[in-house]
Design a protein around this ligand. Structure first.
Ligand code: GZL
Ligand code: ZN
Length: 327
């Protein structure tokens, strides 16, 4: 009797093994059909960046047919260049690059081109001598965002013959910083009473934004506006303003203008601590996937694809608007 039972168990065990092996080889076969994407991300400096990374991870899953190799460059271009070289070594099918700054990419993008790997640029732009070094770009119009903010300032401060502005810039040399700075500086040229009393980078981070604003508050006694080139620097600036015993926002001493319109940024707008928040949409995952599907189908995507964006004024911001936001 005992012999018979152990024979049944043995057969069952063998069958289970074969099924598991089958499943494993099946997924190995399926795995070999996955499209491999090397994604070089700037870092994790802001809420915007976190939402951007999540959008990419949520889109490029194995269930959707992708193998995503993710690299966080900790806000250093050298790390991004190393990551791209690793992707080339691994012979990925596509490279997605979210470049920290616009310059310094020609050599490594030439290496990717020589290896026959298409490169999709996402978010910020690259400034290269030969535009064929990247296949296509998807992102937002940072210059347009800056112009939108400056236009709101012109409307809001019409008739004011003096406007002292503190300008917290993003990472110097990034498309977001270049565009948003140009929008403000053009506004200053158009409005003779406007004056940038302090201009410094806060690296798009909350800590640096607070540190820079604390030192500016010690030097500047008459500040009308803080123009913060992203939400996280605005958060830091508001903390510094309140620590200095002043009031930020609607009805306060200092008007705060911000960019990104992240969830936390729109909460501060609803709380009336940020007066005006210009959207910069980070949800590029699905947009990058459209480009990859076009390339997989042998089509030629548009070279540049801009995303539509809005802006939020604290005086018309509502909980319903905040609740409806996707990021
Ligand atoms: C904007 C993006 C910027 C965001 C910041 O396109 O590059 O980088 O505005 C982020 O929050 O750090
Ligand atoms: Zn943008």
């Amino acid at each position: 009797m005992f012999k018979k039972v152990s024979k049944v168990w043995f057969t069952l065990a063998m069958l289970t093994c074969m099924v598991l092996m089958g499943a494993a080889t099946l997924s190995a076969a399926a795995k070999s059909k996955l499209i491999t994407i090397g994604f070089s991300q700037v870092g994790a400096e802001s809420d915007w960046r976190t939402a951007n990374t999540k959008s990419m991870r949520d889109t490029f899953t194995e269930a959707n047919g992708y193998k995503l190799i993710f690299d966080d460059a900790q806000q250093k271009q050298d790390n991004q260049i190393t990551a791209l070289r690793n992707f080339i070594q691994q012979e990925v099918d596509y490279i997605v690059l979210a470049p920290i700054g616009e310059t310094g990419w020609d050599t490594v993008l030439q290496e990717a081109k020589d290896a026959g790997i298409p490169v999709i640029i996402m978010d910020r732009m690259v400034n290269v001598a030969d535009e064929s070094l990247y296949t296509c770009w998807v992102g937002t119009n940072s210059r347009g965002e800056g112009d939108t903010a400056a236009a709101w300032m012109e409307k809001t401060f019409a008739g004011k013959d003096k406007l002292n502005i503190v300008h917290l810039q993003g990472t110097i040399g990034s498309t977001a910083q270049i565009g948003r700075t140009a929008g403000l500086e053009d506004g200053v040229k158009r409005n003779k009473g406007w004056k940038i009393v302090a201009q410094q980078t806060g690296e798009f981070t909350q800590a640096k934004g607070q540190e820079v604003m604390e030192s500016i508050l010690k030097q500047q006694s008459d500040i009308d506006v803080v123009y913060a080139e992203n939400d996280n620097m605005a958060f830091g600036a508001i903390d510094a303003i309140e620590a200095a015993g002043k009031k930020a926002g609607v009805g306060g001493d200092i008007t705060v203008i911000s960019f990104d319109a992240t969830h936390a940024g729109l909460q501060m707008t609803l709380d009336k601590k940020i007066n005006y928040n210009v959207e910069c949409n980070p949800l590029h995952g699905p947009r990058v996937e459209v480009l990859i599907k076009q390339l997989e189908a042998g089509q030629t995507p548009e070279k540049k694809a801009y995303v539509e964006e809005g802006a939020f004024d604290a005086t018309t911001m509502t909980q319903a608007i905040l609740d409806a936001r996707a990021y």
